[in-house]
Design a protein around this ligand. Sequence first.
Ligand SMILES: [Zn+2]
Length: 109
Amino acid sequence: MLTLTCPYCGIPCDETELAAGGEAHLKRFGPGASDAEFEGYMFHRENPKGVHFERWRHAYGCGKWFLAARHTVTMEVFGTYEAQSTEPPQEVRDRITARHPGWTWRDFA
Ligand SMILES: [Zn+2]
């Protein structure tokens, strides 16, 4: 079972207390964007076998959205952080690099 710690409450939550919100750190495109950019934003998602950044909501707790970094195969959680973050905190990236040297994902390597 996946257990994530809500960064607002500080409570470790089973996945039954959470609602998944898909991939985190999507680059949004608005009016004036090309069709390809908007299509990428709407439909293209990462589906890695490895490190992934996701949106979660503490649905049966404080109700707030937060972000999590985890490994999709081992279920290892590298950290959770506030949803307003535009990129993963350095300590989360350092934890990932310590466990998976040379990992890359978008611009966060
Ligand atoms: Zn919470």
